[in-house]
Design a protein around this ligand. Structure first.
Ligand SMILES: Nc1ncnc2c1ncn2[C@@H]1O[C@H](COP(=O)(O)OP(=O)(O)OP(=O)(O)O)[C@@H](O)[C@H]1O
Length: 253
């Protein structure tokens, strides 16, 4: 069953077709990657899926429902989660509070009950904190729960974003260059975490330059070049596709 469907998606900046009639489907519960040389349109595509950009034409469907024109909180409510290329962290909050932010749609945010510290609000807050702590342990960050993110290494901040995205209970999580800036041991841990996410039923989509990681974790790969879909398929088929190799100018894929 397909979870995410991208249908004839287009985005034009001035005269530049950054996304040019791109269509593909992502199967529920699988790990997928979107790859392509610099400027191929990967980030634009991700921004179209998450609603940062509205497409000129085409559709994005999650679980059969169109996301076009829906605000970010509705997309999150429909099961979309994401991380950013550069971690977007609130440094005036503790690590666990950053993860709690990801649950805000599930909490009662009305002013009066919050100001009166109603028992239900206090209980929900405690539950939210416990779940955030659980998610931090899930991504391997239990030692940082009470820490300020400023004291955390870069690789841990990238995992903190994954925990925050998971706090929104996504059906599908988009990871924007999750391996960028990580060392080899951290990449190995990331690979394990991605496999764990997939095993738990979360559909995963990576936008990633690290081909070793992409080839080892992905079930399905979509290749973009100059805004168009150049190829898609299983890692071996994509790696052996002469057009893909040519697009990477001879770089080993
Ligand atoms: N907001 C924008 N305004 C104008 N042009 C843009 C904008 N965003 C992206 N582009 C252009 O669209 C094309 C695709 O860019 P995009 O960032 O999506 O590629 P990418 O595959 O993510 O590249 P990279 O791997 O370098 O991050 C590029 O030519 C880029 O200059």
């Amino acid at each position: 069953m397909s979870d995410l469907q991208v249908v004839s998606l287009c985005k034009v900046f001035g005269g530049l077709r950054a996304t040019d009639d791109v269509s593909f489907a992502i199967e529920a519960g699988t790990v997928n990657s979107i790859i392509g040389p610099n400027g191929a349109g990967k980030t634009t595509l991700l921004n179209l899926i998450t609603g940062i950009y509205e497409p000129c034409s085409g559709d994005v469907r999650l679980g059969g429902r169109s996301l076009i024109g829906k605000p970010t909180h509705t997309r999150v409510g429909l099961g979309l989660g994401r991380t950013f290329q550069t971690p977007q962290i609130c440094y005036n909050m503790s690590a666990v509070e950053n993860v709690m932010l990801g649950s805000h749609l599930q909490l009662d945010s009305r002013l009066t009950p919050a100001a009166l510290r109603r028992r239900s609000i206090v209980a929900a807050d405690r539950e939210c904190r416990q779940r955030a702590a659980y998610l931090m342990a899930y991504v391997g960050l239990d030692r940082y729960i009470g820490e300020n993110p400023g004291a955390m290494p870069y690789g841990a901040l990238k995992r903190l974003e994954i925990a925050r995205a998971l706090a929104g209970s996504p059906k599908l999580i988009l990871l924007d260059e999750p391996a960028a800036g990580l060392g080899a041991p951290e990449k190995a841990d990331l690979s394990e975490l991605i496999a764990k996410l997939s095993a738990s039923g979360v559909t995963t989509v990576l936008v990633e330059h690290d081909m070793k990681l992409v080839m080892s974790v992905s079930r399905h790969i979509v290749v973009l070049n100059y805004g168009k879909k150049l190829a898609e398929g299983a890692p071996e088929a994509v790696r052996d596709n002469p057009e893909v190799v040519a697009a990477y100018l001879g770089r080993a894929v």
